[in-house]
Design a protein around this ligand. Structure first.
Ligand code: ADP
Ligand code: MG
Length: 629
């Protein structure tokens, strides 16, 4: 008999309540996954104990045959899942079961639509694990004792906002979960049914999953236990022996995802170093992809023994969405996080794995454009961090990048640099791009006018990360990436000589005007010059080749950086009627207003902010009045 202490009743965190409600309603079409989730947790718990016991084998308490038991009781209408893994302390139970510490949970819940199919999909990305027991259970009782501790605790809940905790006795370390089935869920009180579910989802679990022996062809158990899964590490098996279903189920276990992955890469390296890796690209980005605190997703094993989750040393940050396992034959079992920081074996497994992932993505891009497009829309923004972070693979990553461009003029990022190059004009030696803070600002920028006229494609970059990208990716395939808003427009051989001569002559006519405009604008600008990059607009702003782009400057300022900022250069279009008129006697008394407007509208057109908007409005109004007079 257990000696119990007073029961304590605690409330679920609001988020948990909402999630529980959602679980039950959106996942009921796939109820059987409760078992997969509980077995997955039991397996994680065994992994953790085995790892901790490397340093202190007294934690085993003499019981080192780690395994998982699944049983059922027809009379009591219960299913029991137990493990002799690490177990949980009282505080761990409170922290892990009943609270959701994951950052971004609130936003996640706000994103839910009430549409069952969509919500089920979102929940899948969230990975609600343990709570899936409430899909079939009206009451769940979890009894656990952390290995090495004497205090055991029982957690019980009906999944409706509250749970109780009480101190109990428990002989074995580990966790036992009893599901009291809801009315109408009796189909799960069947040894064959449970075996089937285990076979379908949990065959890859590396610890034995035991069930009461069944007498052949009978419903009743025959006494004694038997192992119902293969229990061999999937990643150590030969590729030919593993089915897609097995790969997919293993993914769900390691990635804590509910959906199938987009692709997997399974490989074994032999020779000086020996390791196996099984890496996955998820189909969808997790909702906390942008949470910098979030750890990376690879599990490190050493000779089949789990060492740690989330080893950030195994994947660079721009591939933080990759999930899976890397299993080394060369590291010592007692490897510590400190050792991992600078370790030859880790470094070479990491570079090998990165290469595998990049190659697999390239293969996907070549063979299945639709699938690649879906990958890009989920993870493209993260991949764009790659060229800055991983100089060694810059060219490889650059090949995988996709952009919007003036070729289709749609927001969809589907143009590769190779495709761009294949469309380059004769005489074109640069890859042109524009950065702006929105797609429309990029697409409609006055800077593109001459490029559109000449049919030269320009990449339209409007993700925040793009500025960072172009600062590190300055060249591809021997061609410079060149911003159309920087420096003097130099179309090189794309300009025809005749036109150039004509322009130089017309420029002379405007020399006086340019000086006057410069004087009027004073220190608002660095310089004023005639431009031939515009066709429809009277003016635009550019920055010097080596200055920060106006877009980057705005981004930095918005994020609270105090930066000096560089002054822009005003370029005016000598063919525009407004500029022609400005060179005319008749406009001289309003010269100041006209000039300032030329400057201000150029600033606005590229998404900049006016220093003195009220004066701008006053100027505009007085000119409109003049017009209508
Ligand atoms: P996840 O597995 O994605 O972390 P779960 O909801 O499945 O989420 O589990 C929540 C946490 O509860 C786990 O991370 C683990 O810390 C703890 N837990 C669940 N089941 C067990 C178990 N059988 N033994 C020890 N800890 C467990
Ligand atoms: Mg889990």
């Amino acid at each position: 008999m257990s000696e119990t202490t007073q029961k304590e009743t605690l409330g679920f965190q609001t988020e948990v309540k909402q999630l529980l409600h959602l679980m039950i309603h959106s996942l009921y079409s796939n109820k059987e996954i409760f078992l997969r989730e509980l077995v997955s947790n039991a397996s994680d718990a065994c992994d953790k104990l085995r790892f901790e016991a490397i340093a202190d084998d007294s934690l085993y308490e003499g019981d080192n045959e780690l395994m998982i038991h699944v049983g059922f009781d027809k009379e009591a209408r219960t299913i029991t899942i137990s493990d002799n893994g690490i177990g949980m302390s009282r505080q761990e139970v409170i922290d892990n079961i009943g609270t959701i510490a994951k950052s971004g949970t609130k936003q996640f819940l706000e994103a839910l639509t009430g549409d069952q199919a969509k919500d089920a999909h979102l929940i899948g990305q969230f990975g609600v694990g343990f709570y899936s027991s409430f899909i079939i259970a009206g009451k769940v009782s979890l009894t656990t004792r952390r290995a090495g501790s004497s205090e055991a605790v029982r957690w019980e809940s009906e999944g409706e906002g509250e749970f109780t905790l009480e101190t109990v006795d428990k002989d074995k370390h580990g966790t036992e979960i009893v599901l009291h089935l809801r009315e109408g869920e009796d189909e799960y009180l069947d040894g064959w049914r449970l075996r089937n579910i285990i076979h379908k989802y949990s065959d890859h679990i590396t610890f034995p999953i035991m069930m009461p022996k069944m007498a052949a062809g009978e419903e009743e158990t025959a006494g004694g236990d038997e192992q119902v899964n293969k229990a061999s590490a999937l990643w150590t098996r030969s590729k030919n022996d593993v089915t897609d279903e097995e790969y997919n189920e293993f993914y769900k276990h390691v990635a804590h995802d509910f959906e199938d992955p987009l692709l997997h890469v399974h490989s074994r390296v032999e020779g000086k170093l020996e390791y196996s890796s099984l890496l996955y690209i998820p189909a969808h980005a997790p909702f906390d992809l942008w949470d910098r605190e979030r750890n990376h997703g690879l599990k490190l094993y050493v000779k089949r023994v789990f060492i740690m989750d989330d080893s950030e040393h195994l994947m660079p940050s721009y591939l933080r969405f990759v999930r899976g396992v890397v299993d080394s034959n060369d590291l010592p079992l007692n490897v510590s996080r400190e050792i991992l920081q600078s370790n030859r074996v880790i470094d070479s497994m990491r570079s090998g794995s990165v290469k595998k992932v990049l190659d697999a993505l390239q293969k996907l891009a070549n063979s299945d454009a639709d699938k690649y497009a879906s990958f890009w829309s989920e993870f493209g923004k993260v991949m764009k961090e790659g060229p800055a972070e991983d100089a060694a693979n810059r060219e490889k990553i650059a090949k995988l990048l996709r952009f919007a461009s003036t070729h289709q003029d749609t927001e969809e990022q589907s143009v590769s640099l190779d495709e761009y190059i294949s469309r380059m004009q004769e005489g074109q030696d640069k890859i042109y791009y524009i950065t702006a803070d929105s797609f429309n600002a990029a697409k409609n920028s006055p800077h593109l006018e001459v490029f559109r006229k000449k049919g030269i494609e320009v990449l339209l970059l409007s993700d925040r990360v793009d500025e960072w990208l172009v600062s590190s990716l300055t060249e591809y395939d021997g061609k410079t990436l060149s911003s159309v808003t920087k420096g003097e427009l130099d179309l090189g051989e794309l300009e025809d000589e005749e036109q150039k001569k004509q322009q130089e002559e017309s420029d002379k006519l405007f020399e006086g005007l340019i000086e006057k405009v410069k004087e009027t604008l004073g220190d608002k600008v660095k310089d004023v010059r005639i431009t031939h990059r515009l066709t429809n607009s009277p003016s635009c702003l550019v920055v010097d080749e080596n200055d920060m782009s106006a877009n980057l400057e705005r981004m930095l300022k918005e994020s609270g950086h105090a930066i000096a900022g560089s002054k822009p250069i005003l370029e005016v279009n000598p063919e525009h009627p407004l500029v022609v008129k400005l060179n005319d006697e008749s406009t001289q008394q309003r010269f100041d207003d006209w000039t300032n407007l030329l400057f201000e509208q150029a600033l606005l057109a590229e998404g900049g902010q006016l220093d003195d908007p009220a004066s701008f409005v006053a100027r505009l109004n007085s000119m409109l009045l003049e017009l209508s007079a």
